[in-house]
Design a protein around this ligand. Structure first.
Ligand SMILES: Nc1ncnc2c1ncn2[C@@H]1O[C@H](COP(=O)(O)OP(=O)(O)OP(=O)(O)O)[C@@H](O)[C@H]1O
Ligand SMILES: [Mg+2]
Length: 254
């Protein structure tokens, strides 16, 4: 059974996309079939994963939401992608007349779910209708946060939305909070305080190791390079691999 995993935080810049891409590639490297679905109009994941320039994609997830065939592109070994585009930012307006528009993603992914081991959804830094679609379509939610107050608050907002979606039998009662990942950690008093706070509050969902902040990660992202090729023996690269194993184990227990 394919497992659908979405990565979310209401706060921007906390490492959602970078972490989602690194974990997806970790799974692809061991032969799992991975589909990335970019739900952010910034299209950062699309840029990081696809060899194509952003303007060269035939169609995007936005077109699929509006009734076109879902465009699944081959991106790399064992890696496929549904790209995003800037105009996805009009999603609310575009879909205003569609009834049941919170189920659009669920319906799009149903027919392809079992072609993949993992479908990885990258959410925008917002809790609007797009993230709502992601939570309704997913089996697993992974929250990513940097260890600071604003990212913590953004994560709590996602946790509240998760509770709403899970408690409503018409939405997604089977959704599981399968991971809380801390990213861009640098040792200082504030970071350590938030790591402990998040760990304490999130209990079993908390995933170790914590991901360190490293210039190589930001560089790899900027050059649209895969971290496993860019910095194969890096500390954070090893942390991503470790987390990919922990998360895979949790997901398979479902
Ligand atoms: N472990 C890390 N060490 C250093 N830099 C990192 C790390 N993880 C991510 N970054 C960098 O931090 C920035 C934000 O990361 P990313 O785009 O993954 O965050 P995001 O939460 O997806 O942001 P947005 O909310 O805008 O979609 C990027 O420049 C990225 O390269
Ligand atoms: Mg992002």
């Amino acid at each position: 059974m394919g497992q659908i995993v979405c990565f979310a935080n209401n706060k921007g810049g906390v490492g959602k996309t970078t972490t989602a891409v690194a974990l997806g590639y970790a799974w692809a490297r061991i032969g799992k079939k991975v589909l990335f679905v970019d739900l952010d109009s910034q299209a950062n994941l699309t840029a990081m994963v696809s060899p194509l320039a952003l303007e060269d994609h035939e169609s995007s997830i936005r077109d699929a939401f509006l009734g076109k065939k879902l465009n699944i592109e081959h991106a790399a070994d064992h890696v496929d992608l549904v790209p995003s585009e800037l105009s996805l930012s009009n999603f609310d307006r575009d879909t205003a007349a569609i009834t049941g528009r919170e189920y659009l993603l669920l319906d799009l992914l149903k027919p392809v779910k079992n072609k993949y081991d993992y479908i990885i959804i990258d959410c925008p830094p917002a809790l609007g209708l797009i993230t709502y679609n992601a939570l309704i379509a997913s089996d697993h939610l992974v929250m990513v946060a940097t260890p600071d107050g604003l990212a913590y608050q953004g994560m709590v907002m996602v946790a509240n939305l998760y509770a709403d979606v899970k408690s409503n039998p018409r939405l997604n009662p089977d959704l599981k909070l399968s991971g809380v990942i801390i990213s861009k950690y640098e040792r200082n008093k504030l970071s350590d305080m938030y790591v402990e706070k998040i760990k304490g509050e999130m209990g079993d969902a908390f995933i170790e190791p914590v991901l360190s902040k490293a210039t190589k990660v930001a560089q790899a992202g900027s050059f649209n390079q895969n971290i496993y090729d860019y910095d194969p023996s890096g500390k954070v690269t090893k942390q991503y691999l470790e987390i990919s194993k922990v998360l895979a184990k949790r997901i398979s227990k479902r």
